[in-house]
Design a binder for this molecule. Structure first.
Ligand code: DGJ
Length: 731
């Protein structure tokens, strides 16, 4: 088994193929963290715990006169609160007597084969071929009988460990859970960089790397969604770690709502990182016997740098996350109507766009926003999911049939979680949106957020959206969400439970996705929140792909996609070719470059195909053919970031390498051109040094070693924003 308890040492040992995780029940029943890192065999690492009398670090009462035992410096699996440990806490509760402490002692544990499950929440699952074992450790506070069950599942062959926490109130009193971190990890050193992915609408997942400093660094969201501003993924890596070398730890949160990731460098140069639901405005009531399940964190360790860490996440997120059967199917190449027409279309115009798209090799036509109710701009009709017959007199059915007759599949945009004030739904049920008593709710894009914590609201959404999906032949759905939550207050929840609304919203969202998405396995769902405002593993559990960003400028996309690839696989990133000058930046970039950049994801088009010249359509056709030819390599191959656009400005390059290393595709965009500039080279990665390869367009062959050590010349004739691809095949 990959999980063991060594009774004589009181240690728990979790083993993956290349990593080891060890913890220990200490003298007074506290669960201490010993090690996470490079795989070790059956070694007992208890010696790492060095006790010392440390000034101003209090000692638990049961330690008696022993002044060397303090939770203020010992590494812990789940830190207590209100007793001896002043560092970041894993939990904060308000007990029935008004006190704020939780002091968990190891009470029992269970080890079993298979993966734990988390009620109402998405999480990784074990596929048939995966060997997964689980450890659950009960930490009970003897004073209050509140228990935190720490859950660990080990994906041995995939080098992945998942963690989650369940809190059970076994006392006779009602308690309030005010903070619960799904993962706490202590390191006995602090020479690390903290890498996180930040941004804003239209510029998501920007890479940021900073050394740890004394005190706390913090990323997170309390916008009601994982957000454009920070992604629920972070890395701690050795200061010198690069793509190819060094110890790196990844922490990825499988949750789509408020989250927090904090890292603290303490007074003794130790590190604690915590990740979980953001505690702001969070207070969960637990009556006697009730329990709370905190979402999952997916951990990966790489001793071989950041690229290997990426490969671990890409594999497990491709194979063990998404529930849709579409995750394993080849994704269709689509054309989306949004940047082509926005709200201004009728049936004839859509059919014209579709007709020209057939010529480009496109396989799916997606009708974006504007097809329902009185939706002629973005200030009306959300919630009224009836077709707008002024625009589409023959309904979705008629349009879809015509599209199918052209040989295309048909897709549709929806935004089920929202309501416009100017809608039939709002006029009928004003109390169905999140709003606070005595205040008018804040608007975002003129819309309000439906109260998904309510069952009647969820039932309405499920019924109305399912009837849309059943009203026509629909093979693809883009599920959008265009504002963040404010006014998190529900009309039907008692006041003591209003601190649960943000989380109950997300549970409600997962419930409606279970009832809409998982009941339509034949439909490919694409997530979206104004682009990548909810690009997280929670959404990827339901939707195999997510619209990466509302920014379709190919040059901006280089950075957005760079950041996204650290944890999310290519199969998750929907990426479109749009027109120039670009609608978001005004920049003009060659069509070939836009194609090459969009091929670093699930390729699509988002433009008015009727305005393309014959030559442009020919280029698009070529792109589609090239993409389809290289699809297995791009989507299932290993991903290599060859440059970092934040530290190297001349060109951006990335590479896909087949799993057996017999084929590779390097893509390169020249981002900074000077006159009469130096000759540049790009070095491949991941090839077999001994194999001979043929590079498309070059005479003779080269060894993998030469391609990786000497590299390939970047054509000197490339002008600013032009791009090139090198297709490399083993002889
Ligand atoms: C935001 C999305 O990201 C866009 O692609 C588009 O679908 C609009 N919403 C439609 O309102």
């Amino acid at each position: 088994m990959s999980v063991r308890y060594i009774e004589s040492k009181k240690t728990f040992l979790l083993q993956t193929k290349n990593s080891t995780y060890q913890m220990k029940v200490s003298d007074y029943g506290y669960l201490l963290h010993l090690y996470y890192g490079e795989r070790l065999e059956d070694e007992d690492l208890s010696y790492l715990i060095q006790l010392q009398d440390r000034g101003f670090s209090p000692n638990p009462n049961e330690a008696g006169n022993d002044r060397t035992f303090s939770l203020d410096f010992l590494p812990q699996e789940f830190s207590s609160d209100g007793s001896c440990d002043y560092r970041l806490s894993s939990i904060e509760v308000k007990n029935g007597d008004g006190s704020y402490a939780f002091v968990g002692k190891a009470a029992k544990h269970e080890i079993y084969a298979g993966k734990y499950s988390l009620e109402g929440l998405p999480s990784l699952w074990a596929a048939d071929q995966d060997r997964v074992d689980t450890l659950e450790i009960w930490l009970t506070d003897p004073a209050t009988q509140l228990t935190a069950v720490l859950c660990y599942s080990v994906f041995e062959e995939k080098d992945i460990i998942t963690r989650a926490v369940k809190v059970i109130n076994e006392s006779e009193e009602t308690i309030y859970l005010n903070r619960i971190m799904s993962m706490t990890m202590d390191f006995m050193d602090s020479d690390y960089d903290f890498i996180h992915f930040d941004g804003r609408h239209t510029m998501e997942r920007e890479w940021s790397r900073n050394p740890l400093a004394y005190g706390i660094q913090n990323v997170g969201s309390f916008r009601g969604a994982s957000s454009h501003q920070h992604n629920p993924f972070a890395i701690l890596c050795e200061r010198g770690a690069s793509e190819d070398d060094g110890r790196c730890y990844g922490f990825s949160f499988v949750y789509s709502g408020n989250f927090m990731c904090k890292v603290e460098k303490d007074q003794y140069d130790q590190t604690r990182i915590v990740m979980g639901i953001h505690p702001k405005h969070f207070s969960y009531q637990l009556k006697p016997g009730e329990r709370f399940t905190a979402p999952e964190v997916v951990l990966a360790y790489s001793g071989k740098g950041l690229t290997h860490l990426t490969h671990l996440y890409h594999r497990v997120y491709r194979e063990n996350l998404c529930k849709s059967p579409y995750v394993r199917k080849e994704r269709p190449i689509l054309i989306n109507s949004w940047e082509a027409a926005y709200f201004d279309f009728d049936e004839a115009k859509l059919l014209e766009i579709a007709k020209e798209a057939v010529d480009m090799g496109v396989e799916l036509f997606v009708l974006d926003d504007g097809w329902f109710g009185n939706r002629n701009d973005d200030n009306a009709a959300l919630g009224d999911w009836d077709v707008n017959t002024a625009k589409l007199p023959r309904g979705l059915g008629g349009l879809s049939e015509d599209i199918h007759e052209m040989g295309l599949n048909f897709g549709l945009w929806i935004e089920p979680e929202m309501v416009s004030e100017n809608s039939e739904l709002y006029r009928k049920h004003p109390d169905w949106c999140l709003q606070m008593p005595r205040r008018q709710p804040s608007r975002g894009r003129y819309q309000l957020v439906l109260d998904l914590s309510r069952e009647d609201v969820r039932d309405y959404i499920v019924t109305s959206i399912n009837s849309v999906l059943d009203s026509a032949r629909i093979e693809y759905v883009k599920w959008d969400m265009n504002r963040f939550i404010t006014d998190a207050w529900s009309a039907i929840v008692e006041k003591e439970k209003q601190g649960e609304i943000y989380h109950r919203y997300i549970l409600g969202l997962y419930d409606i996705m279970n009832r809409i998405i998982l009941t339509h396995p034949e439909i490919l769902f694409c997530g979206c929140s104004g682009g990548g405002g909810r690009f997280d593993p929670g959404m990827l559990y339901y939707q195999p792909q997510i619209w990466c960003s509302d920014n379709t400028d190919a040059v901006c996309r280089l950075k957005i996609q760079y950041g996204t690839t650290f944890v999310y696989p290519v199969s998750a990133m929907e990426s479109h070719v749009s027109v120039c000058p670009n609608h978001q930046t005004g920049r003009t970039v060659p069509l070939e470059t836009r194609g090459i950049t969009a091929m670093d994801g699930i390729l699509g088009y988002e433009l008015d195909s009727t305005k393309l010249t014959e030559e442009e359509k020919r280029i698009c056709r070529q792109q589609v053919e090239a993409y389809k030819r290289n699809y297995p390599l791009i989507v299932y191959g290993d991903y290599y970031r060859l440059t970092n656009p934040y530290t190297f400005s001349e060109y951006v390059a990335w590479e896909h390498v087949s799993r057996n290393r017999d084929e590779a595709l390097i893509s390169l965009v020249l981002t900074e051109k000077e006159a009469n500039d130096a000759q540049r080279y790009v070095k491949a990665k991941g090839l077999n040094p001994q194999m001979q390869y043929q590079v498309d367009g070059m005479e003779g062959s080269l060894s993998g070693q030469a391609l990786m050590s000497a590299g390939l010349p970047v054509p000197g004739k490339l002008m600013q924003y032009e791009a090139v691809q090198y297709h490399i095949k083993a002889l």
